[in-house]
Design a protein around this ligand. Structure first.
Ligand code: NAG
Ligand code: NAG
Ligand code: NAG
Ligand code: NAG
Length: 330
């Protein structure tokens, strides 16, 4: 997807050196929803699925696998599973990870799982596999798959709460479109889910070209505590910074993130760099899981329109945060 955005920017700017984030933002803001989504699809190889959405059955196409032990022993949770109480440990909290659009090899889970189980010990940990719905084109995925998968996860969590599992002990970790699924799931259970970590939640068709509003995308009220890590604002990532959440903004949330400068001036280098910035939210979150590797953000007040960082409030990004609301820069 980023390849295409970069491509457009290059076309419109005439030369690559001029294709800064500011240019990308202005390109994105000028595209209508349909054309933007179709352009994002052009970058996917093989091309995204376009037909057959309604022939899929959610209960057959969405899979949830969970481990209740630190040594990963994943078991599939079936729809209306009568063995739920043996597959999960009801005296431990529950974390569910949610991958992004077109994530064919589930790279978010490869990065997250072992460090999470090691450091956030004593938790049930589940992986939601919604690839069957995420392989559709961007517009179908954003408008139809995201609400449908959220509805499914809501059903699972509702069943869990009927068995007296306290939903404030549930944490959702979502990358990109997975962050939007986490939000919509939380909205269906008002003020009940404990925590959402949204790792560079998807922006196109959610925050730009127009913000579709807090009822239809991630919002700070979707869990008792929402932490958002922004790393590619207004390109692949969500643009607007959410009021009421704890927001972490490396490089003010924009591309290029620190390890993601394009190595050359070619198109594919720029595309790779943008993708690197989008995924940087996952790297940061994963690195922050090691208690000996604090990643600290500073909350700097704005005075007369300028950010002033004298003696700022500080907090740790990730699961060890003191959960202070507001915008933390790093
Ligand atoms: C929740 O339980 C109901 C009743 O057993 C079942 O029909 C539904 O499919 C379950 N939902 C999930 C996601 O397991
Ligand atoms: C569930 O977790 C608790 C707390 O860690 C532990 O004491 C207990 O043995 C676990 N139960 C099972 C069945 O593994
Ligand atoms: C998964 O896909 C991404 C991009 O499509 C690629 O960079 C990464 O190397 C792949 N990972 C594995 C384990 O295949
Ligand atoms: C996140 C968390 O609760 N981590 C704990 C894992 O277990 C060690 C001791 O075994 C604790 O020190 C950590 O705080």
């Amino acid at each position: 997807m980023v390849k295409l955005v970069a491509f457009l920017a290059v076309l419109l700017c005439g030369n690559l050196a001029a294709a800064t984030s500011a240019d990308l933002i202005s390109v994105l803001e000028q595209l209508a929803e349909g054309p933007l989504a179709r352009l994002l699809d052009l970058n996917i190889d093989p091309p995204p699925r376009t037909a057959g959405f309604s022939t899929l059955l959610p209960q057959k196409s969405i899979r949830l696998t969970c481990t209740k032990t630190r040594e990963p022993r994943f078991q599939e949770i079936l729809v209306g599973d009568v063995n739920l109480q043996s597959k999960l440990n009801f005296s431990l909290p529950l974390t569910i990870a949610i991958h992004g659009w077109q994530e064919r090899n589930l790279s978010t889970y490869s990065a997250l799982t072992m460090p999470y189980l090691r450091f956030a010990n004593n938790t049930n940990y589940c992986l939601l596999d919604w690839r069957a719905y995420s392989e559709f084109g961007y517009q179908i995925a954003a408008r139809q798959s995201v609400p449908l998968v959220a509805q499914y996860l809501f059903g699972f969590l509702q069943n869990l709460s009927l068995l007296y599992f306290p939903l404030e002990r549930v944490t959702l970790i979502g990358f990109s479109m997975g962050g939007q699924i986490a939000g919509l799931t939380g909205k269906l259970l008002p003020n009940r889910i404990g925590t959402i970590y949204a790792l560079d939640p998807a922006g196109p068709l959610f925050s730009h070209p127009v913000d579709i509003g807090p009822k239809r995308r991630l919002d700070a009220s979707d869990a008792q505590y929402v932490q958002v890590i922004y790393t590619s604002r207004y390109t692949a990532g969500f643009g607007k910074v959410l009021d009421g959440a704890q927001n972490f903004l490396p490089n003010k949330g924009y591309h290029p993130q620190q390890p993601c400068n394009a190595k050359g001036d070619g198109l594919s280098e720029l595309a790779g760099a943008l993708q690197c910035s989008h995924r940087y939210a996952v790297s940061l979150f994963v690195s922050s899981l090691d208690p000996n590797n604090p990643i600290i953000g500073k909350k700097c007040p704005t005075i007369f329109g300028a950010r002033v960082c004298l003696m700022p409030t500080k907090d740790r990004l990730g699961i060890y945060a003191q959960r202070i609301r507001g915008d933390f820069y790093l």
